[in-house]
Design a protein around this ligand. Sequence first.
Ligand code: ZN
Length: 133
Amino acid sequence: MYTEFFIDTHNEQEIIDLTDQVEDIVNKAGKKDGIVHIYVPHATAGIILNESADPNIKTDFLKALEKIVPKHGGYLHDRIDGNGAAHIKSSIVGSSITLPLKDGNLVIGRWQSIMFCEFDGPRRNRKIIVQII
Ligand code: ZN
């Protein structure tokens, strides 16, 4: 079963919790067992699993990534559209995650959340694809 939904981002860099939306899709699908693949088809965004309860983790994560990949790093791609750092961060973070589906429920750690990472916002209509296999 293939589903997609869209979100708008509001900052240049931002981490947005998608766990509720994904669980809603999984619950409505009515499937019992399998795997849930969540995929972000964007070259300047990504998706991670981590804690959302403490919002400081989102800030810390973006800050740590900024140290590894500074915005003004002299990237060749900056000559095209000025977002070389966003492309590199997207590749480091990755574009998909896969979770088990067991007895109709998404199997996810108590302190894990599914979170969209914006690295070149704000943007409208960032797409998230959820496929249950
Ligand atoms: Zn670019």
